[in-house]
Write a protein that binds this ligand. Structure first.
Ligand code: NI
Length: 200
């Protein structure tokens, strides 16, 4: 995760500091969120026409995230919250863009605070996994796996708290270009995994 604004208090992190996170919203009085709107998700969903129709009707926020400006050095830990709103584009649930880490050999932990979702993961060799997430459950994202948070609730936000090595960096471009091998769609009112017809 990246993109944040912080108050001077948050800059105390080098000496140790306490940050508030509301478990119901994932929000912090100290840290502002970065926001992703539907219009910024062009090319990410299988049904681009359905996405553009939604953008024309209401270009709403699809997800938010925040983290502290922890120095991107070996040994430091980056952390923050991800907040995915409920909704669908066509039959595909709202999700975060998803990313590999620039340092591919990087694991990450996501702890679910609220909602119902999945962490969809895949590695460059083609192995993939979809781990269901409910409040109180943590998912371990192994090194080498891209990861995307997906909200399958009809009416509730998916809120997760994440921690990873601060020098890992983010590679969004690979997913933006290739897409994910698998998609999480609604079938008969339930989440189902299908092959991505547009995967390159
Ligand atoms: Ni990550």
């Amino acid at each position: 995760m990246a993109g944040f604004n912080v108050s001077e208090k948050a800059l105390d992190f080098i000496r140790g500091c306490t940050i508030d996170f509301d478990p119901k919203t994932g929000l912090s009085k100290t840290v502002q969120t970065g926001k992703r709107y539907l219009s910024q998700m062009s090319g990410m969903f299988a049904d681009e026409a359905a996405l553009q129709a939604k953008v024309a009707e209401n270009d709403e926020i699809i997800y938010e995230f925040h983290g502290l400006p922890v120095p991107e050095h070996e040994g430091d830990l980056a952390f923050g919250c991800s907040i995915v709103n409920p909704g669908k584009v066509g039959d595909e649930y709202y999700f975060t863009k998803g990313h590999f880490h620039t340092i591919l050999e990087t694991g990450e932990v996501y702890y679910c605070l609220k909602g119902h979702g999945y962490m969809l993961m895949e590695n460059p060799e083609g192995d993939w996994s979809a781990q269901e997430l409910r409040p109180g459950e943590a998912v371990y994202v192994p090194k080498r796996y891209a990861h995307r948070s997906i909200n399958v609730s009809a009416d509730e936000q998916l809120v997760t708290f994440f921690v990873f090595r601060a020098d890992a960096g983010h590679d969004y471009g690979t997913i933006e270009t290739k897409g994910y091998r698998k998609l999480l769609v609604e079938r008969d009112g339930k989440p189902a995994i299908i092959d991505n017809p547009n995967w390159k």
